[in-house]
Write a protein that binds this ligand. Sequence first.
Ligand code: PLZ
Length: 423
Amino acid sequence: MATSEELHKRRVEAVARGVGSTIPAYVDRAGGGTITDVDGREWIDFAAGIAVTNVGNSAPRVVEAVRAQVERFTHTCFMVAPYESYVAVCEQLNALTPGGFEKRSALFNSGAEAVENAVKIARHATGRPAVVVFDHAYHGRTNLTMALTAKNMPYKHRFGPFAGEVYRVPMSYPLRDGGLDGATAAARSIEMIEKQVGAENVAALLIEPIQGEGGFVVPAEGFLPALREWATAAGVVFVADEIQTGFCRTGDWFACEHEGVEPDLITLAKGIAGGLPLAAVTGRAELMDAVHVGGLGGTYGGNPIACAAALASIETMRELDLAAAARRIGAVMGERLRAIAAGDPRVAEVRGRGAMLAVEIVVPGTLTPDPAATASISAACHAAGLLTLTCGTYGNVLRFLPPLVISDDELGRGLDILAAAFG
Ligand code: PLZ
């Protein structure tokens, strides 16, 4: 087998430079809480493919379901010749997502595609043009979702012009907004919407209940409920982007549940199918069904192999109670992170929920972001066998997203490496 170094040389000659990788190691296999490269080097996985392999890599039920489906048929296109597993995934999503009201779902390939479709549905159903998003938001890399995403480098730089009718308002970011309470922070955002956009022009308010790429920003309690309440009164479709937070990651099936928020539409991807590409929009039947027949779709959306994997993943999450596992991981990890923070003035804050935790790194004694220190701590983790990711508008957040099936031993060893990297 080629070595990672050999593969990297081939990659540089074959793969476009614009596609980056966190580590220059090439994967041979992965499962449980580890990834092993072609040279036999092992990393403890605190990335889960960016919050995707919540059930672990090659989870037994997923492997079984995919194998069985591949043997039956690989693709007919649901828009041409439909099949049961697509319907069954929609039934599961309608039942699992917050809100006791009648729902419908539609399936797509990627998170960005789900977000695009949520905006299409909200615009169609309301007849209004504007979409409101937040500072630090991340919603994807397609043209519309680049407009929805906040951060220029690397996502948007020189890729414009971007889609119009997108308006950005402040996020509740307790560390950086002077600790505004949720209601006050929401009032500030709402005033901006009303003054600068006009509520009656707004189709959708789109928000990540805990921001992902933007820095694992957890809004102050009450922020999301206040926005939800305003959206209801203003006839604005409240869209929760749970692409990174969904499927047990935060210790509930969906992060909105923490404050009892019921979105009108919810976008889903990542953790939905154990690593196979699948995404969804789930929401109020009257919004989803407002769109004419044939108005939503795509060749691969709800591909049968991805649907089989999703059903198996959902069953695994239920059977292993991975929401409880996320809470346990969060408790263990949170304690260790707070101990690290207590001894290291570069850590401004430990935040997150369940198995979606992060530390924000600053110049000691200030709130000045320190992306260089963040990158060097992350690099020290990689060198010592722990796969960590960074994020944040300022590149100064070290985030931790282990698979929810990680063993106590792997988790402990990962946290030891992390503590040493702060050393
Ligand atoms: N919405 C909340 O987190 C994807 C992006 C990685 P796609 N986040 C990982 C990268 O650098 O491209 C994401 C997300 C939220 C939407 C998306 C987009 O999902 O499946 O990557 O299109």
